[in-house]
Design a protein. Structure first.
Length: 544
């Protein structure tokens, strides 16, 4: 039973989604409450019903496709589910605000930052242009945007991921809400930026005395931020309790499974006499900066600035660093997808001067797995067509039946049921889609695979499964991996050797065990602290 300090009280909430005659129950009679000034976490894997439950509080689900067959959501003595549209508008953005996972899709690409933050103030506070501008500057400064006056006229694409998330926070907090719903607010961010955003949210919460509902699958964030936790599985709450209690003495099998889901194990032992698959020497990727009517080159953005590496068959080279450090640019240069200077050798042959026609025969041996499988898989093609596409180009001698057989084998190898070959990407979970992306690369039997943040958008348990799969495929086929990531736990589980990049340069490099056990450079130490301090703090708390 909720007490007088309860801000939101959700009772027996169910959510159904209807598609034609099919009804899917996404949330099954859950109950939870949030106290004034309290941080409560809803945790669970994708599809558990976390976000649907949170969106129900603000009535942001699409009706009539979504419905609530049972439930009440009490806020300030009124049931939100029974409110009329005008009443809801009085609550949304002013009393209850929300921060979404991906700011680039939440912010309007056609409007400046000033217009988007100011709109919230004009609609809910009735401010005029001048007052809204003054308040917008205050908010941008409050959320840590440097030189906010210069950012007022910027568009979302001109900001970094961390800056865009700070703008989202400024918009959410513009009207000093009583409750902030944060739906995976740091999933797409680097570990150091993630730490800054979490610290900022905690600080603002303390200053404003607001409550927070944190939706996440990242248990490290829960440990740091939440006072109480509700664990969701398949639409039901399976466990609840104080954060420390949940982490030190979990009762439900699913909670134990989540806590044990971090990527584990060690990479396959590297062989120093193995074939060198990729080698670079003083590699540079400089992008010119043009100015003036005649577009004169006045300077360069040194995305990769003099990088030397050597990668052997059966090895994984981990490349870590913040956004903008040059990690992905390095990978694209090695794959000959962007121009670069300096020697690049593939299995002993110089390829840095190759044009697209010369590179084509090598493409089947040099493959990429991207970060977001939903963006890299065509929604208009079936899974068979997606995986088969490379075979049609690189192995035209194969018949349809032979291609079908090769695709089936690739599906089985990555742990997918081949009976789903004729389904489409939207019919699969995030983890399954990433397995499809891996199958697309593996069907061509490559020697070298560039893995660009392949696990960052996945649940912890799915991350662990993908890491195990990549490790197994590497051992089976003696693959060389260039593994680009900001998730140091995954890098440690997969990499033999690590390069730490910052502003296009190598800050530190060496065997993975050495880098993780005793980093020398301050920047590397800061990355480690941001990624691993929560875990260390937790171990210390348990030990004491």
């Amino acid at each position: 039973m909720a007490n007088k300090d309860t801000l939101v009280n959700v009772k027996n909430l169910s959510v159904d989604f209807r598609q034609g005659e099919t009804v899917t129950q996404a949330v099954k009679g859950i109950s939870f409450n949030i106290g004034k000034g309290e941080t409560v976490a809803l945790v669970g894997e994708s599809g558990s019903g976390k976000s649907v439950s949170a969106l129900s509080i603000l009535q942001l689900l699409q009706y009539p496709a979504a419905s609530h067959p049972t439930g009440e959501i009490w806020f300030e003595g009124r049931d939100i589910l029974k409110m009329k549209p005008a009443e809801l508008r009085g609550i949304r953005g002013s009393k209850i605000s929300i921060i979404f996972q991906e700011p680039m899709t939440s912010l309007n690409p056609l409007h400046t930052i000033e217009k988007q933050v100011g709109e919230v103030l004009k609609v809910h506070r009735g401010m005029d242009e001048k007052a809204a501008r003054v308040r917008t500057l205050e908010l941008l400064e409050k959320v840590g945007i440097r030189e906010p006056e210069k950012r007022l006229s910027s568009y979302p694409h001109q900001l970094s991921g961390g800056q865009r998330q700070r703008v989202m926070i400024a918009m959410a907090l513009a009207n000093e809400p009583d409750l902030l719903i944060a739906d995976e607010p740091t999933t797409a961010l680097d570990v150091t930026i993630q730490a800054q955003i979490l610290e900022l949210l905690a600080q603002l919460q303390k200053e404003m005395g607001m409550a927070m509902l944190l939706i996440t699958h990242d248990l490290g964030i829960v440990r740091r931020m939440a006072e109480r936790v509700y664990v969701m599985q398949a639409g039901s709450i399976v466990e609840e309790g104080a954060t420390e209690e949940i982490f030190t003495a979990p009762k439900h099998a699913y909670t134990k499974q989540l806590l044990a889901a971090e990527p584990k194990g060690k990479p396959p032992q590297s062989v120093e006499t193995g074939q060198v698959v990729v080698e670079t020497d003083n590699l540079k990727v400089w992008f010119p900066i043009h100015k003036g009517v005649f577009r004169t080159v006045v300077d360069h953005v040194k995305a990769v600035d003099g990088l030397t590496l050597k990668l052997r068959a059966g090895e994984t080279l981990g490349v870590v660093g913040e956004s903008g450090s040059g990690k992905t640019t390095l990978g694209l240069a090695i794959m000959r997808l962007i121009a670069s200077e300096g020697p690049i050798a593939y299995v002993g042959k110089r390829i840095d001067a190759f044009d697209s026609k010369q590179m084509r025969p090598l493409r089947k041996e040099m493959q990429i797995v991207f970060q977001d499988p939903y963006g890299s898989l065509s929604p208009r093609l079936s899974i068979f067509q997606i995986i088969e596409e490379g075979l049609e180009i690189q192995a035209p001698e194969l018949s349809y039946g032979q291609r079908r057989e090769r695709v089936t084998q690739a599906m089985q190898e990555v742990g997918l049921d081949p009976s789903g070959l004729d389904r489409y990407p939207h019919e699969f979970s995030g983890g399954q889609r990433q397995r499809i992306a891996i199958a697309r690369a593996m069907v061509l039997k490559p020697k070298f695979v560039m893995l660009d943040e392949p696990t960052s958008a996945l649940d912890m348990s799915v991350q662990a499964q993908i890491v195990d799969l990549l490790r197994d495929l590497q051992q089976r086929h003696n693959l060389a991996y260039l593994f680009i990531s900001h998730d140091l736990k995954v890098v440690r589980a997969l990499s033999n050797y690590v390069i730490v990049m910052r502003a296009g340069k190598v800050v530190e490099e060496g065997p993975a065990e050495q880098i993780f056990a005793s980093p020398r450079e301050d920047y590397t130490k800061a990355l480690m602290a941001a990624a691993l301090d929560v875990k260390v703090a937790h171990r210390t708390a348990v030990a004491t």
